[in-house]
Design a protein around this ligand. Structure first.
Ligand SMILES: Cc1cc2nc3c(=O)[nH]c(=O)nc-3n(C[C@H](O)[C@H](O)[C@H](O)COP(=O)(O)OP(=O)(O)OC[C@H]3O[C@@H](n4cnc5c(N)ncnc54)[C@H](O)[C@@H]3O)c2cc1C
Ligand code: FES
Length: 506
């Protein structure tokens, strides 16, 4: 694929932020991470008069929430039948109610605060093109209806291809996530909150009366800490054993308005190429931007990511022949093994460290819900959904197999990665090539850039030691264990790692 801009449309169409880097200070609530979960939490707390500081490692709204596809839907692919089976009927009902509350809060906030974020109402569809998943779609409709949702079974849709079965839900939304989040950030500041950027949280000390956040710009004393760093960078709750990072690629094509299917749609994934998700957004010159996601793989396990983009682009232009691909990007989300997000006290973290993670690719409502729940809990109030999403819950038996599978894969990576260095010498790398080599410094990850300069860093991920792999599309070193990512100089691009890969200069 050539010609298109390698950037998220949401980032490309909004101004950069420039909040200052943090200096050591005191606050009431330190919210670590400026994505949808952190900014919503901080917004709600600040509006209730709490002194809040958002600590962001990079720039706010430029993590996963700046690269999402931003459907604000409570239809999370086939989810209600799954939750009903794993956690029971009551849990499925509570899931439907809580996600609906989050969607409604977002819609009301956009209206009351007059946020210009291209919010559009759409019917949402989960569909299958094959017989294989038709029964599952039917079961989903039954479970969703039992959970109180007006979901309907359909066999036709306004897509330019035919479907075998679909689960349809009206009244869902889509928006421009960065326009929305930058408005929330303005709201935080207007309410007296503080935002610091380019300040990475490295640790949280709990050995004193109040927690202390250690950052690369000094210490921040506070009463409560909210870890909203996407994948939690603190390991004490051993949450990483119950979370798995999955990456998708996105292509965006300019299409004529008449070709806009007018719905948000996602397939169950039984067709060749796996799950595909489709929405559109306002674009320019009278066109709409068709945003397509697919090609999901476990983060750090694919080296030839260029071919994943190629496959998605081919799917898109075959299904929408008039589409001209203008943007492409990629990001990852964290799935929890039992399908429910984790929102609440960090296990083994004491009474003042809170966490929000495990949104399983549906963080627009679950990240918003995190804010609603954590705002209550941090302020000592009851929240009716706290128990359902409690990160300290035990894993139901129905999710045990998934738990074991994810952790066996991590164990295999920890051991296998050490035994799998590339055989040829680093010096033989051509421009644009990369590989992992055994050198006198140990495992070395080496990349030769287009101008011929060799960049060598330790291949041992600074989180828990798995061996990183090259991603030839993003030109990054990605870890197959918990999804940390590093640029070719070793700088952290995505946690849970907080430390860079150390240089392995000759
Ligand atoms: C391809 C794709 C498409 C998706 N589409 C949808 C969709 O249509 N609808 C939907 O509901 N969901 C969707 N999702 C999921 C959704 O985008 C995510 O669940 C959500 O954006 C995650 O929000 P977050 O606040 O947890 O993380 P982020 O937005 O990543 O925010 C976390 C922030 O923490 C910062 N950070 C990390 N480590 C530290 C540290 N140590 N110190 C300080 N700051 C730190 C990061 O820089 C980042 O800014 C999609 C996901 C993917 C992968
Ligand atoms: S992300 Fe955990 S070992 Fe790399």
């Amino acid at each position: 694929m050539t010609g298109e801009t390698h950037e998220s449309w949401w980032i490309a169409s909004t101004p950069e932020t420039s909040f200052p880097a943090g200096d050591p200070a005191r606050t009431e609530v330190a919210v670590l991470g400026g994505g949808i979960a952190g900014l919503t939490t901080a917004y709600l707390l600040a509006r209730e008069g709490r002194r809040v500081t958002v600590v962001e490692a990079g720039r706010i709204a430029a993590g996963v929430s700046g690269y999402t596809t931003a459907k604000v839907s409570i239809q999370h692919n086939l989810v209600y039948a799954d939750i009903q089976q794993r956690h029971g009927e009551d849990a499925a009902k509570q899931y439907a109610q809580s996600q609906t509350q989050a969607l409604q809060w977002l819609r009301d906030t956009v209206t009351s605060e007059q946020i210009d974020c291209e919010l559009e109402e759409r019917t949402s569809l989960v569909y299958t093109e094959t017989d294989d998943d038709a029964e599952q779609v039917e079961q989903e409709v039954e479970a969703a209806r039992a959970a109180g949702l007006d979901m309907r079974l359909v066999d036709q849709a306004s897509l330019p291809w035919s479907i075998r079965a679909g689960a349809q839900l009206e009244g869902q939304l889509q928006f421009h996530p960065r326009k929305y989040l930058l408005a929330l950030a303005d709201g935080i500041v207007a309410a007296g909150g503080r935002i610091v950027e380019q300040t990475r949280a490295l640790d949280v000390h709990t050995d004193r009366d109040n927690p202390v956040v250690v950052t690369d710009h000094g210490e921040l004393q506070c009463e409560d800490v909210v870890v909203a760093t996407h994948y939690p960078f603190l390991d004490r709750g051993l949450l990483f054993a119950r979370l798995a990072p999955y990456r998708d690629v996105v292509v965006a094509a300019a299409i004529d308005e008449k070709d806009d299917p007018g719905i948000i749609a996602i397939s169950t994934g039984s067709e060749p190429g796996g799950t595909h998700s489709v929405r559109t957004a306002p674009y320019r010159d009278g066109k709409r931007l068709l945003i397509v996601t697919g090609g999901q793989y476990k983060s750090g396990t694919r080296e030839d990511v260029e071919s994943v983009y190629d496959e998605l682009a081919a799917w898109t232009t075959e299904r929408f022949p008039g589409g001209d691909i203008v943007y492409r990007w990629s990001t990852q989300d964290t799935s929890s093994v039992d399908r429910l997000p984790m929102i609440g006290l960090l296990p083994n973290g004491g009474d003042h460290i809170w966490v929000a993670t495990g949104f399983s690719a549906w963080g627009m409502t679950s990240g918003t819900l995190s804010g609603l729940i954590l705002n209550d809990l941090v302020q000592g109030r009851r929240n009716p959904y706290a128990e359902l999403y409690d990160p300290g819950r035990s894993t139901p038996r129905a999710s045990a197999a998934k738990l074991v599978k994810e952790n066996v894969e991590v164990a295999r990576e920890l051991v296998g990665g050490m035994l799998r260095p590339d055989l040829t010498g680093m010096d033989e790398l051509a421009a644009g090539e990369a590989g992992v080599f055994l050198t006198r410094k140990g495992r070395t990850a080496a990349y030769r850039d287009d101008s011929g300069v060799l960049h060598a860093v330790a291949a041992r991920c600074t989180h828990l030691g798995c061996t990183v792999r090259w991603n030839n599309a993003e030109r990054s070193w990605d870890c197959p264990c918990h999804g940390s990512r590093f640029d070719h100089t070793g700088k952290v691009l995505h946690g849970p790692a907080v430390d860079p890969l150390e240089p392995h200069d000759n």
